[in-house]
Ligand binder design. Sequence first.
Ligand SMILES: Nc1ncnc2c1ncn2[C@@H]1O[C@H](COP(=O)(O)OP(=O)(O)O)[C@@H](O)[C@H]1O
Ligand SMILES: [Mg+2]
Length: 356
Amino acid sequence: MAEIKLINVAKTYGKGRKAKNAVHDLSYTIDDGTFVSLLGPSGCGKSTTLNMIAGLEDISAGEILIDGHRVDDLEPDKRDLAFVFQDYALYPHMSVFENIAFGLRMRKVPKAEIHTRVTDAARRLDIEHVLSNRPRALSGGQRQRVALARAIARRPAVFLFDEPLSNLDALLRDQTRSELKMLHAELGATSVYVTHDQEEAMTLSDKIAVMSRGKLEQFGTPFEVYHQPATEFVASFVGKPRMNLFTAAKLASGHYGLSGTHFTVDVPAVQAPEMRIGLRPEECDLRVPSSGEAAHGTVRTVEPLGNVSDVILDVGANQFLSRVPGFGTFQPGDEVVIDTQRARVHCFDIKTGLRI
Ligand SMILES: Nc1ncnc2c1ncn2[C@@H]1O[C@H](COP(=O)(O)OP(=O)(O)O)[C@@H](O)[C@H]1O
Ligand SMILES: [Mg+2]
């Protein structure tokens, strides 16, 4: 059982003029038994945050509490956590069994208990048949499973993962991702998972901490970060294809429009003269203009994906993406109207980037 609480946590690397703030003022609570992803682009401070929770890095300010107790001065091996890294860090001269058992032997777990735990972890990860092999005889996917089994055999209160699937090829990554989700449902241990892949974060997590440049942008459920992004950054980072975002000006009609075009969006409540508008490609339909109606844009290219097609439009000086069903009916050069009836319109302050 473990709840992890971060209170105004910050990390500065280096001193004086060379000091670099890697993370600023992080405050959130990871509830006991939940799976939380730290999501953001490379360099935004995800690993630094995880390493501070693990005790591998000191914190420069703030507090970290596990189950209400301050742990910032507690050594990593006193924190009841197991860490799974991107590189598997297996001992090459030991068998798979011994690799999984190593941490347990260090902790003086009785021999029979070690045997039970190793075989149980190996069974869960489908690597029972390679327990006597050396790591170099295994595929990359199997090695990653050994690293996961080693963590599971520890039976820790908290699992910490740092991009554990990044070295796997696409198919294996998807498969291992599903297995991780099932494993979490079975084991129920608090898990903190670092990734730059929004799809991994969306599919696995109870909550996502979206980070940019060392700051927390939003801490919310996958539903919240997708449907109610707190900032323009979250809007642009979560969701594939990327949300269309553009600067729109208030028109005499009360609608917001894209300058130099006939494309307008209905945003009743907002008064700002200009703001950032976001529309998800999968929520915008396209149609042929009715007679006398002005087109919004021109089809530049169509990318069929099978079940859907991505239609890229020129709308004035902007590019706009609409995801339409099937192979669609549009051709490059077609003049179209963007139908935003179905769309949720996301509005952001032009200066602060905060959701309006
Ligand atoms: N040991 C270190 N010394 C100095 N700067 C570091 C160190 N580790 C990370 N950083 C810097 O801190 C920032 C955050 O890094 P990191 O937490 O590794 O990001 P992420 O895991 O999100 O890619 C980066 O700018 C990185 O260069
Ligand atoms: Mg990292």
